[in-house]
Design a protein around this ligand. Structure first.
Ligand SMILES: Nc1ncnc2c1ncn2[C@@H]1O[C@H](COP(=O)(O)OP(=O)(O)OP(=O)(O)O)[C@@H](O)[C@H]1O
Ligand SMILES: O=P(O)(O)OC[C@H]1O[C@H](OP(=O)(O)OP(=O)(O)O)[C@H](O)[C@@H]1O
Ligand SMILES: [Mg+2]
Length: 281
C-alpha cells in the first residue's frame, strides 16, 4: 500500500487535502485525525507537521510527501521533488530594520533569528559570512524588537508582516518556495507513486485552464480558431442554424478574461467559461 504524508496544519494543509480530494482520494473529516485509509485506491495518508514530512519520506518510511520546498531544503533530507502544486508560493529572505541599505556581508558577526537554521547556515556559507543563527519556532519578525536578534531570515508571502515590523528584505531570495510533492527514489511502490502523481498533475493542469464554449459566425471560424487554438485543435459542432458553429476549447485561466473580451468584440455569442476539475493532457 502506498503511504503518503500530508500537512496537518498551517498554510499548506487545507489546499493539499482539497487537491487530493479533487484527485479522487479520501481525506479526513476530523482535523485531529492523523491517518486516513483509502482502501479503494490502496493508499494510506498520514497527517504530519509540514516540517517533519521530508524526514519521514527521506527515511523511507513513507513513499511520498506534500510539503514546502523551503522546509525540504532546511531538512537536508535525501528526497527529490516530483511535482509543484501551484500554491503556497513564498520567498525565503533575509530582513532587517529599515533605515539602512543592508547587504548579506553586513550580517557578519550579527545574530540572525530564523525557524529554518540549516537553510540559513547553508546560505551564509555560500557567502562565506560567519554569523550566529538563533533558532526560533515562529513569529520571528518580532525577535529584533525584543532584542534577541539583529536580523531575521523568514518566509515572505505578501510582505505585510515585514512592513508591520518596519523590516526590509535584502539580498537575493534564499529560496523561492511553493508546495511540492516529494519522494525518495527507489521505493517498492514506483507504479503507485506514478499514479498518484499523475492524478495530482491532472488537478494542477485543470486549475491552470478553463473550458471556453461559444457560438461563432461560420465566416469568422478561421480567425476564432487562432484566438482559441485549444491543445490539439478546438472542437467544433454545427448549430441548427447553419450560419453558426459551436466552438469549445481549453484556454489558460490567466488569459481567459481577455480572450472572452476579444471574442465578444469580434462577433462571437453565448461565450461561456467553466472550470475543469481534473484532466489528463
Ligand atoms: N504567509 C505565507 N505565504 C505563503 N506560504 C507560506 C506562508 N507562511 C508559510 N508558508 C509556507 O508554509 C510552509 C510552512 O509550514 P508551517 O508548518 O510553518 O506552516 P505555517 O503556514 O507557517 O503555519 P504555522 O506557523 O501556524 O504552523 C512553508 O513552505 C512556507 O513557505
Ligand atoms: O508576508 P506575509 O504575507 O505577511 O507572510 C509571512 C508570514 O507568514 C508566516 O507566518 P505564520 O502566520 O505562519 O506565523 P509563524 O511566524 O508563527 O509561523 C511567515 O512565517 C511570516 O511570518
Ligand atoms: Mg509559520
Amino acid at each position: 500500500m502506498l503511504r503518503v504524508a500530508v500537512p496537518n496544519k498551517g498554510t499548506l494543509a487545507d489546499p493539499s487535502s482539497e487537491m487530493l480530494a479533487e484527485a479522487g482520494y479520501r481525506q479526513r473529516h476530523e482535523r485531529r485525525d492523523l491517518t486516513v485509509l483509502d482502501a479503494v485506491n490502496d493508499v494510506e495518508f498520514f497527517f504530519l507537521r509540514p516540517k517533519d514530512i521530508s524526514i519521514y519520506v527521506g527515511s523511507g518510511e513513507l513513499d511520498l510527501g506534500i510539503t514546502g520546498r523551503d522546509l525540504v531544503m532546511d531538512s537536508n533530507a535525501p528526497v527529490a521533488e516530483r511535482l509543484s502544486l501551484g500554491f503556497g508560493g513564498s520567498t525565503f529572505r533575509y530582513a532587517a530594520p529599515t533605515g539602512r541599505d543592508w547587504t548579506v556581508p553586513d550580517l557578519a558577526g550579527k545574530r540572525i533569528a530564523t525557524s529554518y537554521p540549516n537553510l540559513v547556515r547553508n546560505d551564509l556559507a555560500r557567502y562565506e559570512v560567519e554569523a550566529e543563527v538563533i533558532r526560533l519556532d515562529g513569529a520571528v519578525e518580532i525577535s529584533i524588537q525584543l532584542g534577541v536578534a539583529d536580523a531575521i531570515a523568514d518566509v515572505v508571502g505578501s510582505g505585510r508582516t515585514l512592513r508591520q515590523h518596519d523590516l526590509v528584505a535584502f539580498g537575493d531570495p534564499i529560496c523561492r518556495s511553493e508546495c511540492v510533492v516529494i519522494e525518495r527514489k527507489g521505493s517498492d511502490e514506483e507504479q503507485a507513486k506514478d499514479q498518484l502523481v499523475a492524478r495530482m498533475q491532472g488537478v494542477v493542469f485543470a486549475q491552470q485552464y478553463v473550458m471556453l464554449d461559444y457560438n461563432c459566425p461560420r465566416e469568422l471560424l478561421d480567425a476564432a480558431m487562432k484566438m482559441t487554438p485549444g491543445l490539439e485543435s478546438p472542437t467544433m459542432a454545427p448549430l441548427a442554424d447553419e450560419r453558426w458553429v459551436a466552438v469549445r476549447a481549453m484556454v489558460s485561466r490567466k488569459h481567459a478574461p481577455a480572450i472572452m473580451d476579444r471574442l465578444a468584440a469580434f462577433g462571437a455569442k453565448a461565450i461561456l467559461s467553466s472550470d475543469i476539475r481534473s484532466c489528463r493532457l
